[in-house]
Design a protein around this ligand. Sequence first.
Ligand SMILES: Cc1cc2nc3c(=O)[nH]c(=O)nc-3n(C[C@H](O)[C@H](O)[C@H](O)COP(=O)(O)O)c2cc1C
Length: 204
Amino acid sequence: MIFGKKENISTLDDILQASWRMLHDGVRNFRDPFHQSSLTTLDGDKPQVRIVILREFSEKDRTLICHCDARGSKVLQIQDNPNVSWLFYNPEKWLQLRLSGTASVHTDDETADSQWEKVTMAHRINYCAEIPPGSPTEKPTSGIPGFLREKAPKLLDASEARKNFAAIVCRFDEMDWLLLKLTGHVRAKFYWKENRMNASWVVP
Ligand SMILES: Cc1cc2nc3c(=O)[nH]c(=O)nc-3n(C[C@H](O)[C@H](O)[C@H](O)COP(=O)(O)O)c2cc1C
């Protein structure tokens, strides 16, 4: 029993199933610690990390999805080098999950369209900045034109916003699970090659 009384976790398969549950909870519940993740990309040989919201998870496809502005730096970085890593942490459980694999950027296909459908009207405004994210400005600004701020949410189905939207789909092939415990930390690693999984306990 690794997690304590509430969850009966003692095998590698239990850990896998519990990890899937936590990732699904992270998608569904905005208060869940797994709702926000750190996504690392590579800018040349320089790692770049930032927080993103976990929008979708599939254990069947082994994918994690987040949304972003198509003009942002991480999009260019992924197009240049698809290797990415996601970091999740649940401070109540003292549990860290790291997943890594390769990412693809979707702006103009069925995946992008179906992800865009999930973006609420209130959040579509985030894709309406006139100039790309990361552009220097003289004053602090969201980059969103004033008329849009005032007339939102009426204008928020604007196709302008859709043009700037991208979904990042990451297929992971490695997962590192770590639980800190007073009685001794526990760690496990999972690897997938095609559809075969390899799992083992490792020294933390
Ligand atoms: C709580 C929180 C959630 C965020 N969620 C996202 C997100 O889902 N997608 C995104 O592109 N940026 C998100 N951001 C902003 C990114 O962390 C980052 O600042 C921005 O995307 C620019 O990153 P880039 O220049 O590396 O592309 C979030 C920031 C915070 C603090």
